[in-house]
Design a protein around this ligand. Structure first.
Ligand SMILES: Cc1cc2nc3c(=O)[nH]c(=O)nc-3n(C[C@H](O)[C@H](O)[C@H](O)COP(=O)(O)OP(=O)(O)OC[C@H]3O[C@@H](n4cnc5c(N)ncnc54)[C@H](O)[C@@H]3O)c2cc1C
Length: 416
């Protein structure tokens, strides 16, 4: 069988690998000049089933409203007339109940944890250098109040994860000694020894080379214009470099997937939520952490990428705008400097922003819609790196008419 994968981000590439492994012919197309040049490029790199909490909490609407008037700009909203944004926004807000928060967290955890197992299987099969760090992730809290909130959230995962450790300041410093250098105070932490981190971009690049060795064909600088439908099936994909035909098609274009799905009669509730990252070289290893993790009060993720640290933050709704200016990063740079003083050289910052393809319930859409030979593997939001290997295995099972290992409740096109 010949399968055409639309999109060479982490999701499209892991899907390609699984399908090639199953013995199929795979062609991948992407508008960029290489793989992982959009959202999979500069993300935080955390593989974090232990942090698969829903973004939609009962407190979120209030926090978003307050953020409009605060100087601290972790949540940002730029007004737009886009009806797709408003329609998606209403669905997103409807998830902000205690009941949905728990359901959504457990669903995300189910896929994240399955995916982490698939990821490890994949690493057993092939050798990939991606700055993998398996020391566990630390989640740090600045105040007793935020620590208390962290404990409450942790309770949601208690039934499915028994290795999340609550730490007081001394215990945290024992695990991560550089925490004693933090300038602006710290109260405690949560340590998840099974969470990990690594470079999603490097991983994708190396996996592409492995796919090529297995016969995968990659076409870059190829922009998809339209999926053409005939008698209830996709018969070709029209691009600026000509038409592509296959037996089956997998759409993995992240925030852009809904445009193509809509043209063939499917609604995908995916909207971009922009995030920012900086990557800086480490100049003093003794002052740099050995774990990756999250500063929870400031929603700042930090991740070791070889001899660099990446810091990511911000959830911004501003449509499909991928522009940035240095002022977008002012707060991230300040926080990063104060988190690990003198560890990094901030005169050599690599700036980046990307669009998280978010669904209202935070789970991706995996499977079919109305079209017989079109499959979706898209909408992985803030956890696409964590969920990539599991999603690839599931979509491959569906394409091959095998029963997936996981219950896909809430991850299909018919989700509430
Ligand atoms: C700031 C930030 C931090 C993050 N941190 C983490 C983290 O710590 N852990 C984690 O698990 N996840 C994280 N994520 C989320 C993760 O990066 C995404 O979920 C993941 O990269 C999505 O992968 P993708 O392949 O779907 O998208 P992409 O990598 O964007 O791939 C989609 C591809 O489709 C192509 N495409 C789109 N339209 C067209 C077209 N018309 N024609 C041809 N090609 C097209 C694009 O060029 C692109 O290559 C983070 C995201 C951000 C923004």
């Amino acid at each position: 069988m010949h399968i055409l994968i639309l999109g060479a981000g982490i999701i499209g590439v892991t899907t390609s690998y699984e399908l090639l492994k199953a013995g199929h012919k795979v062609t991948v197309i992407d508008r960029q000049s290489g793989p992982a040049l959009e959202t999979s490029f500069g993300n935080a790199g955390l593989i974090a089933p232990g942090h698969s909490y829903a973004w939609t909490t009962p407190k979120l609407p209030g926090n978003l409203f307050k953020a409009l008037f605060q100087k601290k700009k972790t949540f940002r909203f730029k007004f737009q007339w886009d009806p797709a944004m408003w329609y998606w926004g209403i669905q997103f807000m409807r998830q902000c109940t205690r009941k949905k928060m728990k359901e959504n967290t457990l669903r995300k955890h189910r896929l994240s944890s399955y995916s982490q197992n698939c990821f490890h299987q994949l690493l057993d099969e092939i050798k990939i250098n991606y700055h993998g760090n398996k020391k566990g992730l630390i989640y740090i809290f600045r105040t007793p109040e935020s620590f208390q909130e962290g404990k409450q959230k942790l309770a949601m995962l208690k039934s499915v994860m028994n290795n999340l450790q609550l730490l007081n300041l001394n215990e945290l410093i024992q695990i991560e000694p550089v925490m004693k250098n933090i300038q602006t105070g710290i109260y405690g932490g949560i340590y998840c020894p099974s969470d990990e981190s690594g470079s999603c971009r490097d991983f994708t690049l190396e996996l592409v080379e492995i796919c090529k060795k297995k016969g995968g064909i990659f076409h870059y600088n190829t922009t998809i214009k339209k999926l053409e439908k005939e008698s209830g099936k996709i018969n070709k994909v029209i691009t600026d470099k000509g038409d592509f035909m296959a037996d089956k098609y997998v759409l993995s274009c992240a925030s852009y997937s809904p445009f193509f799905a809509k043209k063939v009669g499917d609604y995908l509730p995916i909207y971009p939520v922009k995030g920012y990252s900086i990557t800086v070289p480490i100049i003093d290893k003794k002052k740099a952490p050995v774990h990756s993790g999250i500063d929870e009060d400031n929603l700042l993720a930090f991740s070791l990428m070889g001899n660099k640290i990446r810091f990511t933050s911000v959830a911004e709704i501003s449509g499909y705008d991928t522009k940035w200016s240095p002022s977008d990063f002012t707060e991230i740079v300040q926080l990063a400097r104060s988190l690990f003083p003198q560890a990094c050289d901030f005169s050599q910052i690599e700036y980046w922003c990307g669009l998280r393809p978010m669904t209202p319930n935070g789970a991706p859409i995996i499977g079919q819609g109305k079209i017989d030979n079109l499959y979706y593997n898209t909408g992985h939001g803030h956890l696409g790196w964590t969920m990539c290997a599991g999603s690839a295995k599931i979509i491959t099972d569906l394409i091959l008419y095998n029963k997936p290992d996981l219950d896909l409740e809430g991850m299909t096109i018919a989700k509430s």
